[in-house]
Design a protein around this ligand. Structure first.
Ligand code: GCW
Length: 712
């Protein structure tokens, strides 16, 4: 559980440290961000504390299961911290006492597609939390606590809530040796060496945080999977983690190495149609369920970026997925098969690859298979149009994959609140069944009646004390969970809620912080990849490098994506170019195929635009680019100024931390701005408009400054 991290082996040192902190006026209990949005700060208004205390004189729960116990315990701890009153947990409350009743009652389920919903009511002076499943009680309890943390009247807590999507999961890209692929918050949370004997208390806090936003699944290892996770050495370690997570309604999943029958089992092949291979997987799955009876299933990256897969044997993705599905079916396990595929073909457009490979397989997957699709067609870019797979596989449950870790969003340095990115995709209209066929309605199953629904976020957690490196990146984990539960929530409402729970309840400060959050992603895009530029080239995925033109494959260079030349800029994906637009419904493609009607934010995704061409903004392409890059970088100054305004409302340690990161972010925004402007100027041959200051460095100097960031 949350511990104050006291260095108990050095009592004298600790004593002097505290005296020092007291004398120097530092807050000895400074917030290190560990508690996330579950801070349960003491309510300062005595009247409100008293009102809450009077309403809660007991917490009654009928069952004794771990999940119910944890729900009651969380309420007890939260209420004690916020009001100062220790509320007893009882089976039967005293007559006429007022308190919280937790009741598992099957009736609720009728209204919901999923089974995790809850209702909160006020009955005879008691607050009731009812749900058809124990997990629902846990979610209802966290909802009540969320409510109290925002100091809202109890009557406003009344209502029902059910998640729109069944499997709400985190995908960890964690490796067996403790590193995290694309992780920017330290090393893996999982201490594989110490497991299974030693359970870090942090595992439970991780589970609490997830449960508090309704996340009910976790894939503990990288999709670039080591076969070691399937060994008798590692499975008990995974089982130990599963044992902790289960108590918070979370199922554990594993990413698998498709060639494991060969590499681990010593078979001659891993061909999915080979009977011995099928038997090997059936046996392995049985072995897993013997020690993890509620195991969730497998996540698979196959025939993608060098990972093995069924195509190595002339088989299809469906053949591979169905083999695993057959092994998992007797245990109600699922296969989550990723659609992140693209080939090293210099003449092809990577944008089209997933659609080309997967749409012909629609309807060919077994019932317990979900195909997991990244939000955009390329790769977690700062801004991408929605993947054209959404809406085009009506007979195959499609799951969503968002990336919480900021691989292309400035790692743990740049402040980017991702909910607007998630919402932009979820609210996009595919038009597949007419207007209103949003991506959200594809993945929640309501459009095509999918029997299984899934949404995943590539985790941004790590061993850093504050979990996510950048303190504000906690909001991305939070927002993902809240949207996975209910994609109709707004990015704004979630920002407000998160800021209140995590930073301050002062209304003005909450408004200021939410405002920064809500604008942060657009600001990042403006100085990083404006007007539909993208940058999935190899290298650091951090530093600007638009000049990069050499790699083992063409689609791992920068020039492949932006296509700058003396005529103009952008990737022509119209009928004159790669025709990727054809993968969308006519209502979408018609709009985007015309540069006059294509939103400026997607323009260079689909068009090669001449430098002098006038855009809908009234500026030429070149001038608009300069405008975006300069105003984006300048807006970081605005972020800094706004952040200063909340100094007295936010914990000083967190405030200083974010301040430092913003200083760095500003320097790097200028770096990106100048790199793009100077590099593109070599093609456009146009001057930077007079109103903007000239870059302080030459292109050559910037290239040199980037070199140190490149890991090849
Ligand atoms: O974005 C790319 C990343 C890889 C990642 C891959 C994927 C896990 O650069 O690190 O591999 O996507 O999603 O499979």
């Amino acid at each position: 559980m949350i511990s104050p991290n006291m260095p108990s082996r050095y009592p004298l040192k600790a004593f002097f440290a505290i005296i020092f902190l007291l004398l120097t006026g530092h807050d000895a209990c400074a917030d290190d961000g560990y508690r996330l949005w579950l801070r349960y700060e003491r309510i300062s208004d005595p009247k409100m504390r008293e009102a809450y205390s009077k309403s809660f004189t007991f917490i009654a729960t009928t069952g004794s299961s771990d999940i119910l116990h944890n729900a009651a315990k969380e309420l007890q701890n939260g209420i004690a911290a916020m009001t100062g009153t220790q509320v007893p947990i009882v089976n039967t409350p005293a007559k006429n006492a007022r308190g919280i009743m937790l009741t598992v009652s099957p009736a609720l389920n009728a209204v919901s597609r999923t089974t995790d919903g809850y209702s909160i009511g006020l009955e005879s002076g008691n607050v009731t939390i009812k749900a058809s499943q124990e997990a629902g009680i846990l979610y209802g309890s966290f909802a009540l606590l969320r409510h109290l943390q925002q100091h809202l009247p109890l009557e406003k807590a009344v209502g029902e809530s059910s998640p729109k999507i069944q499997l709400r999961m985190l995908n960890h890209w964690d490796n067996p040796e403790g590193t995290i692929e694309r992780g920017y918050a330290g090393s893996s949370l999982w201490k594989w060496y110490d497991l299974p004997e030693t359970l870090d208390p942090r595992y439970e806090d991780y589970a609490r945080a997830n449960a508090s936003v309704g996340i009910n699944g976790t894939v503990v290892n990288n999709v670039n999977a080591s076969a070691r996770f399937l060994t008798i050495e590692y499975l008990p370690k995974v089982a130990a983690l599963a044992g902790v997570f289960r108590k918070y309604g979370i199922k554990t999943y594993l990413s698998i190495h498709f060639a494991a029958p060969k590499t681990l089992g010593g078979l001659k092949t891993s061909d999915p149609l080979d009977p011995e291979v099928r038997q090997w997987w059936a046996d392995k799955v049985k072995e897993i369920y013997q020690i993890i009876p509620d195991f969730g299933g497998f996540l698979v990256k196959a025939n993608s970026e060098g990972e093995p897969g069924p195509q190595d044997y002339g088989r299809t993705h469906a053949d591979g997925a169905n083999m695993l599905a057959e092994a998992l079916a007797p245990f109600n396990g699922v296969v989550i098969w990723r659609a992140f595929v693209y080939k090293a073909d210099p003449t092809a457009d990577r944008f089209k690859a997933a659609h080309e490979e997967f749409v012909p397989l629609d309807g060919k997957f077994a019932k317990n298979v979900i195909v997991q699709v990244k939000n955009g067609p390329i790769d977690f870019q700062p801004r991408e149009p929605f993947s054209p797979l959404f809406g085009n596989m009506p007979r195959t449950p499609l799951g969503m994959e968002f990336q919480l870790t900021q691989e292309y969003l400035g790692f743990a340095t740049h402040w980017v609140y991702e909910a607007p990115l998630f919402k932009e995709c979820l609210d996009s209209d595919t038009y597949v069944n007419g207007k209103g066929s949003t991506v959200a309605r594809v993945i929640d199953g309501s459009l095509h009646g999918y029997p299984l629904t899934c949404i995943a976020g590539v985790a941004n957690t790590g061993s850093d004390r504050n979990w996510t490196g950048h303190p504000m990146a906690q909001a991305n984990w939070y927002a993902f969970g809240r949207l996975a539960w209910d994609h109709t929530l707004t990015a704004e409402a979630i920002a407000h809620e998160w800021a209140q729970l995590s930073l301050t309840t002062e209304p003005k400060a909450v408004a200021t912080i939410s405002d920064i959050m809500l604008r942060s992603r657009a600001i990042y895009v403006d100085y990083n990849t404006p007007l539909g530029l993208s940058r999935p080239w190899t290298g650091s995925h951090y530093a600007p490098e638009p000049w990069q033109n050499r790699s083992s494959r063409p689609d791992w260079t920068a020039i492949y994506y932006h296509r700058a030349d003396t005529v103009g800029l952008g990737f022509d994906r119209t009928a004159n170019g790669s025709n990727a637009l054809q993968q969308y419904r006519p209502e979408v493609s018609r709009l985007w195929a015309n540069p006059e009607t294509c939103p400026l934010s997607y323009l260079l995704w689909f068009h090669h635009i001449p430098w002098s061409q006038k855009l809908s903004s009234g500026r030429s392409l070149w001038d608009e680019l300069c405008h975006k890059l300069y105003s984006g970088a300048d807006s970081v100054v605005w972020m800094q100024q706004q952040w200063k305004l909340v100094q007295t409302s936010v914990d000083p340690v967190i405030h200083a931390d974010v301040n430092g990161r913003l200083t760095k972010q500003f320097g790097e925004a200028l770096w990106w701005r100048d790199a793009w402007v100077l590099y593109l100027q070599t093609f456009s041959q146009k001057p930077i408009p007079d109103s903007y200051p000239k870059p302080g460095k030459t292109l050559e100097e910037i290239k040199r400054s980037v070199n140190s960031y490149l890991i090849r």
